[in-house]
Write a protein that binds this ligand. Structure first.
Ligand SMILES: C[S@@+](CC[C@H](N)C(=O)[O-])C[C@H]1O[C@@H](n2cnc3c(N)ncnc32)[C@H](O)[C@@H]1O
Length: 308
């Protein structure tokens, strides 16, 4: 039984994304195609829909289950190839890009993917089988400093030193191969009231590291500037503070016309704003949406439009 992902902020995303019903739209994070299908329902037959997912199982699910009338291109690849793919395949400029970051429930709820600490499975965490290093490879081979840095920087976990030491001690006795084995190592040195928070942070940190999520996000955001046509929109949902910080910083920079220090009498940077914000405030899910879909609780939606 597979879990179909419930799309977050669905109508808000689609209302902002679609500016031309016959346009070319890229969903960088297809998942089980909740947003993608809604883009299809809200565009005309001559629109073109491109869906990226690094996860071959997500692509296969969409191919088998979505019934889309438009020309549809499924791309089983990391979205870091966004610009290259669009350019090489005859879509140098597109009419909208959607990014709904992170993992889908489809992958999270599958114990075989080894992502969730609550489900026993092989310690894997890779978005795609093409990624060489699994979470188990990292946990069992990384040096102390590398473990500590990942847990601290990507998990913002203040007990990164204790946790890294505990991992190293445990793996000297036996390889840590499953999600539950890793969770047990962490639980042993963590007060029970902090179990869930600590495990969430450490598992998130390892997943971000294995999939290089933050570097790829930064790079791909930059690519959207070359890939969108003027008047089209980037719609992006983040789920944790690290990715949100990157998106916020990118949007701040690209909606600002001069980046010179305030004390400079005249502008020397010649930076021009490429985007304008479409909503002053971050768009958050309603209480009703969070009630029916707990994954929505940490979602933050930002939307910008290319102006030059
Ligand atoms: C939150 S889910 C998207 C759910 C989707 N909007 C839906 O309605 O079903 C994120 C998806 O993006 C994929 N993904 C995350 N980062 C990716 C990346 N850098 N490149 C390609 N796919 C990525 C994941 O494999 C996952 O399927």
């Amino acid at each position: 039984m597979v879990t179909v992902h419930i799309p977050v902020l669905l109508h808000e995303c689609i209302n902002y994304l679609i500016t031309d019903k016959s346009g070319v739209y890229v969903d960088c994070t297809l998942g089980t195609g909740g947003h993608f299908s809604e883009i299809a329902r809200n565009t005309d037959k001559d629109a073109v829909l491109i869906g990226f997912d690094a996860d071959p199982q997500a692509i296969e699910y969409c191919k088998q289950n979505l019934n889309i009338k438009q020309k549809t291109i499924y791309v089983n690849s990391n979205f870091e190839f966004l610009r290259k793919f669009c350019f090489r395949n005859g879509f140098p400029k597109v009419n909208g890009i959607l990014m709904d970051l992170g993992m889908s429930s489809f992958a999270l709820d599958n114990p075989e993917r080894g992502i969730a600490f609550s489900k026993n499975g092989p310690l894997d965490m890779r978005f795609s089988p093409e990624i060489k290093m699994s979470a188990a490879d990292f946990i069992n081979n990384a040096e102390f400093e590398s473990l500590r840095k990942v847990i601290w920087e990507y998990g913002e976990e203040k007990n990164s030193v204790r946790i890294s030491n505990a991992i190293i001690k445990a793996r000297e006795i036996k390889r840590i191969s499953t999600t539950i084995e890793l969770a047990d190592v962490i639980k042993k040195i963590t007060p029970s009231r902090f179990h869930n928070k600590t495990l969430s942070r450490v598992f998130q940190a390892i997943r971000i590291h294995i999939n290089q999520e933050l570097d790829i996000l930064e790079d791909t955001l930059q690519q959207t500037l070359d890939t969108l046509s003027v008047g089209s929109r980037l719609v992006i949902i983040t789920y944790h503070s690290l990715e949100d910080r990157i998106v916020k910083k990118f949007i701040k920079r690209e909606t600002t016309s001069c980046l010179c220090p305030p004390e400079f009498p005249i502008c020397t940077c010649n930076h021009v704003a490429k985007f304008k914000k479409l909503s002053k405030k971050i768009i958050l899910p309603s209480k009703e949406e969070i009630k029916t879909n707990s994954r929505a609780r940490s979602a933050k939606l930002r939307v910008v439009e290319l102006i030059t």
